[in-house]
Design a protein around this ligand. Sequence first.
Ligand code: MD3
Ligand code: FE
Length: 217
Amino acid sequence: MTFNLFEEEESRRLWHEPICPGAVVLRQFALADDALMLTAIKKVVTQAPFRHMITPGGLTMSAAMSSCGTHGWVTDRRGYRYAGTDPESGLPWPALPAALQQLAASAASSAGYPDFVPDACLINRYAVGARMSLHQDKDEPDLDAPIVSVSLGLPATFQFGGLRREMKPLRIPLTHGDVVVWGGPARLFFHGVSPIKHGIHPLTGEYRINLTFRKVT
Ligand code: MD3
Ligand code: FE
């Protein structure tokens, strides 16, 4: 048997970090596929460009968003919902790239959700200073399905609370290539993203990109 120091080093760079029952960070799970994912996203956003949506309360979101898959998440003065077409174009959302769907399914499987098949991906783009305030993700009909999130580009501090908004959130650093799987008891926990600090990432420049894979149908 050959003893490959480099291989051992490579495997040591990827590890599971449980946050609480139902939530686990898979550090650098997506790192090897970073360029592939960014290329796929670039193609999606030529068809469904990033846009700053308006909340029902009339505020413009600081993160720009797009979606791919059977449904996209949209918000406007009428409320939040999943929609089968992009309201900007009236066209169906771009297809969910198979390589991205497979990566999300394999992350979920590695976290104990072997049957997760996402059908939608929400793409969030954060410029320096952009944030996301504490919220719950509860627009998906099947709350037994987890959500898989992939962080790319500039680092972020993720805020992870509990079932009630008042619970003081944990602060979890997420960097390029980190994947988080949220399911079970953590699925409805409040969460948010602190304002992105300035920096330049070699692949994304002055942005953080977050992908969330969801089962919407
Ligand atoms: C915990 N996005 O798109 S991903 C969102 O970094 C969203 O862009 C953040 O919150 C971002 O809705 C956080 C991590 C995440 C996603 C869904 C969750 C954490 C979650 C659902 C339940 C609990
Ligand atoms: Fe969320």
